[in-house]
Ligand binder design. Sequence first.
Ligand code: ZN
Ligand code: ZN
Ligand code: ZN
Ligand code: ZN
Length: 570
Amino acid sequence: MDLETKLCQNCRRNFTIESEDFNFYKKIDVPPPTWCPMCRRERLLSWRNERTLYKRKCAATGKDIVSIFSPDGPINAYERDYWWSDAWDARQFGMEYDFSIPFFTQFRKLMERVPMPSVFNSTCVNSNYCNHVAKSKDCYFVFASFQNENLVYSSQCGDVRDSSDILTANSSELCYEVIKGMKLYHVLFAENSENCNDCAFIYDCKGCQQCFGCTNLRNKSYYFFNTPCTKEEYQEKIKEFDLGKRSDIKRAWTLFEAEKLKAIRRPAFFVNTTNSTGDYLDQCDSCKYCFGIRMGGRNCKYCMNGGYTLNDSYDTFGCGDNGELIYESVDAGLSGSRFLFDVVAYGGTNVEYSLNCHGSENLFGCIGLRNKRYCILNKEYTKEEYEILIPKIKAHMKEIPYIDTKGRTYSYGEFFPTELSLFAYNESLAYEHFPYTKEVIERRGYPWRDLPKNEYAITVHTENIPESIADVFEDITKEVLECGHKRTCLDNCVGAFRITPQEFSLYKKIGVSLPELCPNCRHMERIKRANPFFLWKRNCGKCGVSMETTYAPERPEIVYCEECYQGEIY
Ligand SMILES: [Zn+2]
Ligand SMILES: [Zn+2]
Ligand SMILES: [Zn+2]
Ligand SMILES: [Zn+2]
């Protein structure tokens, strides 16, 4: 089929489906989407709560647990290890498919019955307040990360130790406030940099040591705001900025922001990538509109975060690890294929509209199953029965679609409606990418949950948070600090925060002052600083060629096409 223009059911704007897209939909046997790519992204992300945590009791053992499921929400949660044990069987909640009511209504009923694991972690030691984290030790408030140690308040990290406040980094140590870093040692306030030691306030630097306030440098030492110095001059100059003092950090940050505006930027960060568009792609081929796909992606479109061999997939978040034919799914793969409309699926094949099912084959509308076959709404069938029922159910979904409170219809081929999500909109990643006010979110028919206020009385107001780390002692861990945003922002601000003993010793070790924002606000500040997962057409600042980039045309940064960038910087 040729290119087709359609009206998005959700935002009522036109979007195009290209002939390569039709080929994909045909290959996995689904009808083409009725929502545009951005609305599909928002709907998908509304089913992933990465970092909103609650305290509650395990529904089986009664133990106190930390969970991504609110205690006053509709979902039952088991402590993680109990959920993964053989002490219970999710088939006990199996339901007969009812051809008189919509599929999604039945699925939601099942959702309210089958317990979920408190968090999606695996093989972690002393890392309770984490989610979607694996093989980690002594981590606190770390999300979507693996193999880290003594890391706090960070997301998307691999192999990072003794660090705090990181958004996406690998193989790094003693770092603070880093966005997209690789092989950094004792680097503070850095973006898009790799292989650097003992640097602060750097953007797009590689192989540098002892640099401060610098951009676009390659293999340099002793540079101060992009000016070369002798070792002695450098040591004298950096004395102007004691990063143990908050006012000095702010002053350096202002100067650095101005320096950054002079930097030459690449349209996108690609490594060994061919025939692709998007940003942060590593070893990808023929990936379009993809972001954060690392260590191998091929023939993918609209995929975000993930990789490690993700092939022939569309509209995914956090998918891969030898996954293929994945469509509109969150956190699916792990040597699996043909996952359609799934949330959390590790291994298996031909799993549709399922939640947290692993190592299974031929499931439809199932929740919490492991190593099962031929199940619909958690009820087991013979292969023959299953093969007769599935086409009937797909036809039924078309005849009696689910209609949400705003009149949007969902038949076979649509992802789960946001209003039926496991999570409130503002608990989910949708809120990070599309941060609307509560009023707007409710007007759009999406659930909102007021986050619990920090129950402790504030003992140190923002203006009284000690200015210098030198003046802070262990007793700070007993105080309740006020967040500088005072719950007036759209960051899920909790108003107050504590400094944990682990965090306190990290700040001392790294040599940086105490923060004055709560962890949620700090995270959102980094999200806002990082470029969005969105592409605009813009002309190269040097040769004028048209290119696709995450920098909107009206933004003030200097953006060159890849060729012109390489000509200047390498
Ligand atoms: Zn739309
Ligand atoms: Zn806050
Ligand atoms: Zn805030
Ligand atoms: Zn150019």
